[in-house]
Design a binder for this molecule. Sequence first.
Ligand SMILES: [Zn+2]
Length: 233
Amino acid sequence: MTTKATTFTCPTCGKQRPLHERVHADRLHRSVVARLRSDSPNWDGTLTCREDARRCRIALLRETFETQRGGVATLESSVLERMAERQIIAKNLSVESAGLGERVADRVASFGGSWTFLGLFSGVLLAWIGSNLFLLLNAFDPYPFILLNLVLSCLAAVQAPVIMMSQNRQSVKDRERAEHDYEINLKAELEVQLLHDKLDHLLLVEWQKLMEIQAIQTEMLEDLAPPSSRSAD
Ligand SMILES: [Zn+2]
């Protein structure tokens, strides 16, 4: 009793692959076939596997980058690599791991830039100035409020670096987000381009096959016609 094989040895990479990953060369774009031929010179030009076909397409894309842009940047290279490995690029950037210091800086900066802070601070200032104006003899910081000046200077000195820390973090996050968006857009563009190439090629192949079938059918119809009508032509 013979069992049906579920794998095949890929002629281009020599690996055992599942049968459903087998690809006939006439289903591939001629540029992909040419690339496969140059990569494995002993290939008979019949079968390959999906992985190899994809690898060749990505390599062709890389060549396109090199010819059109004069090189492949790090970001583009990483997109191409992850495309070859069929990895998903999109990720949720809002889930992030910030350290304690960074989280505190964010909180302080967001509180320092709120109406609550402005209201509270105005209240403290008015109370300070008011109490020192009315308690003329017992004033702890008489006019022109030198201690208040010192407190305000200290507050500004502490607040400025905290706000800058928070802003730096924000700009880093923005840059990461922009890079991530570019990667996703680039991957989408390249995948759509690959799909177009595949579809165009398939349409062409199907069209040629249909024409062949039509020619055969016409011949068969001619054979079916009675001999008298054929001699009349
Ligand atoms: Zn293979």
